[in-house]
Design a protein around this ligand. Structure first.
Ligand code: RIB
Length: 311
């Protein structure tokens, strides 16, 4: 079995729940304040580890109380933290989240995540069969160095370009699998997309981004996933569930996909598995703590197997 290596952010999510989101300039009364371990890198690492892949997280924490709490939580989830450094030069990454009607708004303050360097991410030794995963909450030079290092070792690279921002073509050229939602795809393909659009529009936008035979997976929430694999479109239909908090659902998908690929599962089956895992995540509060176990995903796949088909 391969290992999963995640180079990415580690945040404390400070969540205020309310009946509705405030408009700009407006104040609304909240219900409660909750603290959850989060950060896209940490969430993806927890999902991969809980779903059966030996997983190493590479990143930075501050030397503050949030940092200590995050480290203890991640260790309890069997994530290898040998390459998570403490740095006194910045506070631990913090996300301020408002949650109303299962939807969120997020302001991320990177803190220590912003100090992640190329030397940090090239320290671990990767091997053929490993999966290297990253997102856009650490500096781009570190992501590029990580993927170059992973490629040189024969590992597969997965980029989740979230939150969306422009990036250099040379980074895209180092990516084997791109996983993004419709907003991120629209931003990168320079076209307006909505999750209700016709599948053909997503496929067309994905093709405009593609370099070589790169796989592209577009996560569409309750509509499921549309993917381009070896040039052919594939649809994994969504699973109808009652969502309470969608924070971290995309991260759950990425971590689950990485864990399955590390275990030698085919891409279509890994997509169906990741889709099922994310449907469990949205039914729970919080990001990292809402990642499912392998037994939970197996149970829902047994009761309703995944059906991938042409869109
Ligand atoms: O993807 C969800 C994550 O985005 C949250 O956990 C928050 O920390 C932000 O990074």
């Amino acid at each position: 079995m391969g290992r999963v290596f995640v180079a990415g952010s580690i945040n404390m999510d400070v969540v205020a729940t309310a009946e509705r989101h405030p408009k700009i300039g407006e104040t609304v009364a909240g219900r409660e304040v909750l603290y959850f371990p989060g950060g896209k890198g940490a969430n993806q690492a927890v999902a991969a580890a809980k779903l059966g892949a030996p997983t190493t997280l590479i990143g930075r924490l501050g030397t503050d109380a949030f940092g200590r709490e995050l480290r203890a939580f991640l260790a309890s989830q069997s994530v290898d933290l040998s390459f998570v450094q403490d740095t006194a030069a910045a506070h631990s990454g913090t996300a301020i989240i408002t949650l109303a009607n299962a939807d969120n708004t997020i302001v991320v303050v990177p803190g220590a995540n912003g100090l992640t360097r190329p030397a940090d991410v090239t320290a671990p030794a990767l091997a053929k069969g490993d999966i290297a995963v990253s997102q856009f909450e650490i500096p781009q030079p570190a992501i590029t160095a990580f993927f170059r290092h992973a490629r040189a070792a024969g590992a597969t690279t997965i980029l989740n370009p979230a939150p969306a921002r422009t990036f250099e073509a040379r980074l895209l050229g180092l990516v084997d699998i791109l996983v993004l939602n419709e907003t991120e795809l629209g931003f990168l393909a320079n076209t307006a997309l909505r999750d209700s659009d016709d599948p053909a529009r997503f496929v067309e936008a994905a093709r405009s981004l593609q370099t070589g035979d790169q796989a592209i997976c577009i996560t569409l929430g309750r509509r499921g996933v549309i993917a381009l694999i070896a040039g052919a479109p594939l649809l994994v239909p969504g699973r109808s569930v009652e969502a309470v908090d969608t924070t971290g659902a995309g991260d759950c998908f990425v971590g689950a996909l990485a864990s399955q690929l590390a275990q030698g599962v085919s891409m279509p089956d890994a997509l169906g598995y990741a889709n099922a895992a994310a449907s469990i995540c949205v039914q729970r509060m919080g990001a990292a703590p809402s990642m499912p176990t392998a037994a939970e995903v197996a149970a829902i796949l047994t009761s309703r197997p995944s059906e991938a088909r042409e869109p």
